[in-house]
Structures are given as C-alpha cells and as structure tokens.
Design a protein around this ligand. Structure first.
Ligand code: APR
Ligand code: ZN
Length: 375
C-alpha cells in the first residue's frame, strides 16, 4: 500500500550541532533507481553519530538524520535493484560494495569509492535527499540514516541477511563489531600463539579481543583507564589487564617489560593520537604490527620517532575491519548464528526510540557498551 508513495513516519532529527535529537514526523520519498526503502527495526548508537552531532566534524551537515548501525526489512525497491526484494531482512552498510570500481576489484581494500562523494555530501547518488520535515530537506548520513522508522539507501549500501537472525542483535554488524573483529583477522592478521594488546575496551576494542582469540593469540592484554571494563572484557578473550593510571612511567615501557620486549600485535580503539603512539611503541622490535582502529578528530596528527619503523615495527589502519561489506556481513551474521561470533554480550542497554538522547548520554559517560534502540 505504501509502494511508490511517500511514507510519513517518526525520525530523530539533528537540527543543529550540539542540540538534542528531536523525534519528528518526516516524509520519506519512495526509492528511485538503484535505491531501497527500508523499515528500520533496530539501531545502535555509535561514536561517529555523536562526533557529527557535536559539530566538531568539519564535514557534518544539518539538519540530518543520523545513525549507521541498524537492521531492518525491505519495504520497497527502485528500478534496477536485483540483490534484495521486498520483505528481505537487511543491514545498511556505510562502506558500500559496488563490485565494479577499482577498489572493489582489488583484493587489498574494502574502501569502495562508487558513491563516496554523494555520501559525504549527505545525499543519494543522484544528488538529492529522500527526507523532508515540515517542508525542509534533511540530509542523509553515512549512506544509512538509521535513526528513522524508514530510510532510503543505495543498492550498493545494503545486504540481505539470514531471516533467522534476531534483528535486535545483528544491527551491531553495521559498524563497531565487524570493525574490531576484522581489524584483528583481516588487517593485522593476528597469528596463532602471538601476544596482543588492545587500547580501549568499548565495543570496538572488545571485538578486537574476540578476533585475537579466534586467531589463537596466547596473550590478549586489555588497556583502559576505566577499570570497570575489565570484568566484562574477560568474556571476550582478554587474559590480562593494564590500567595506565596505575603507573608513573609511560605505558609502552610498562608493556615492554611485561612482555619481554614488546607485543606482536597492538590495536588502538580509542581515537586518541597519544595512545596511537603508545600502541606503536609497545610493539616488539623487528616484527610488531600496530593497527589504528579508533577515529581521531579532524586535523589531528600522529607522531613517533622514525627509528621505531626502521627497526621493524609496522603501523597500519583499518576501516570497517577491512571487510568487503556486502560479501562479508551476511557471513558474519551466520557466524553469530553458529555462535562463532559474540553479539549479545555487546548489548548493555535496550532502549525505546524516544530514549535516543539517553543512549548518547550512556555512551558519553562510558556506562554503555552498546545501546540498542527499538525503532
Ligand atoms: N587510555 C586508555 N583507555 C582509554 C583512554 C586512554 N587515554 N581514553 C579512553 N579510554 C577508554 C574508555 O574508558 C573506553 O572504555 O577507551 C574506551 C573507548 O570505548 P567506547 O567509548 O565505548 O568506544 P567504541 O565504541 O569502542 O569506539 C572506539 O572507535 O569507532 C571508533 O570513533 C570510535 O574512536 C572511537 C573508537
Ligand atoms: Zn566499489
């Protein structure tokens, strides 16, 4: 009954930087060619939503419908859409996979560039928005905009998943969990028997720990200034914990002593350039690999002495854990269903859509791992 017509529904609109989100009635236009309209069922809240909302993101646009960690059901499809059909359970993907661009054709990267420009401009690939509120255009966000009962995404930015999977859990496969898990498995390629250390025990860092465990690491050290995170981290494979606040000397010196010369693999999952340096310098001479997973603020720079690299340490980075999104996310859903991948343990809070601003608050105070909202 709604096919081909605009849908009126609720969305959490960010009207301006640093303002609370407001639940508004918006109009969502039908999908155009190569677009899919989705009924969003669940969404989690992630740091990138908060970063853009804060106004610190120089590319942030307002008014906007934020949200990029969600799950839902296809309501209707535009012309030319072949991979999903009405009723399919889906996850929107902020890293698309067009399977045609130079990046998609390379096995070395997951960073599809097909719709990068329009996605950054907060519009659909044809340059227009599908959202209006009180006659005003709203921008899209990260090609997803999951803080809405209905959204429209490009067909390269969506993947069909197993219908058996609970949508209130697999929404987490839209961002943080695959990012951490893939950083260990795809980017760093953690080896069996190796020693690992992870800075930041939020959802991303915990997922890195789980990836290190899956790869057979012998020691996985969790590093956090919030000691409350250590108990839960044990569920994710962490074997040891270090709180930098307990030491006078730089944490890299502490870790090098603890591990007989340094770690085989380190991961930064905070987005802080000082801990990025500490993670690199905690690597073992000759072979240690440090992977940057956390997203630092715009304009920030990393530094170390080049001698650190000359003597055999490697500095890497990853986005969405290196997963080619449409190929990989359905497989991660299946890994969850066969209990190879944890998801339930990441959900610390279940909230209603009306409580969305509380979810941001829980994230800022460090109380939540992930809050999942029922849309
Ligand atoms: N040293 C050690 N731990 C720290 C420090 C620090 N200087 N600063 C913060 N932390 C810890 C926090 O206590 C928290 O447990 O880092 C953890 C970060 O976790 P979350 O805030 O829950 O973040 P998460 O969702 O895991 O995302 C981490 O990845 O996606 C990016 O932008 C995101 O940069 C962020 C990072
Ligand atoms: Zn591509």
């Amino acid at each position: 009954a709604t096919i081909g017509k605009p849908i009126e529904c609720k969305a959490a609109v960010a009207w301006g930087p640093n303002e609370h989100l407001k639940i508004e009635t918006i109009q969502v236009a039908p999908p155009e060619d190569h677009e899919v309209r989705i009924k969003i069922c669940y969404t989690a809240v992630c740091h990138t939503d908060a970063y853009t909302l804060s106004g610190q993101d120089p590319e942030g646009l307002f008014p906007v419908v934020l949200g990029h960690e969600g799950s839902g059901i296809v309501e209707s499809i535009g012309k030319g859409v072949t991979d999903v059909a009405i009723g399919d359970h889906v996850i929107p993907l902020y890293v698309p996979q067009c399977r045609e661009c130079k990046f998609c054709k390379s096995s070395k990267t997951n960073l599809c560039q097909k719709i990068r420009v329009s996605q950054g401009q907060g519009v659909m690939p044809n340059g227009t928005s599908r959202f209006t509120c009180n006659g005003k255009k709203l921008f899209h966000f990260m090609g997803c905009s999951t803080f809405s009962e209905y959204t429209v995404v490009a067909d390269v930015s969506i993947t069909k998943i197993n219908k058996e999977a609970p949508l209130n859990k697999v929404c987490l496969l839209g961002c943080g969990v695959p990012t951490g898990y893939g950083a260990a498995l795809n980017t760093a390629k953690v080896e069996k028997g190796s020693t690992c250390a992870v800075w930041g025990l939020g959802a991303v860092g915990l997922a890195v720990g789980w990836g290190c465990k899956a790869a057979g690491a012998s020691k996985i050290i969790g590093i956090d200034i919030n000691a409350k995170k250590f108990e839960i981290a044990k569920k994710f494979g962490f074997t040891d914990f270090v709180n930098p606040k307990d030491y006078e000397k730089p944490i890299q010196e502490v870790l090098i002593e603890l591990t007989d010369g340094g770690l085989d693999f380190t991961f930064e999952c905070i987005g802080n350039v000082a801990t990025m340096r500490a993670a690199l310098e905690s690597c073992h001479k000759g072979w240690g690999v440090s992977t940057i997973v956390g997203v630092a603020g715009a304009g920030q720079e990393i530094s170390t002495r080049p001698f650190q690299l000359v003597t055999g340490r490697t500095w890497k980075g990853t986005a969405f854990g290196g997963w080619k999104s449409r190929d990989s996310v359905p497989k991660l859903v299946d890994e969850y269903l066969t209990k190879k991948l944890l998801l339930d343990e990441f959900v610390s809070h279940n909230l209603s859509f009306n409580e969305i601003n509380d979810a941001f608050h829980l994230m800022h105070t460090g109380e939540s791992i992930r809050s999942v909202l029922t849309i």
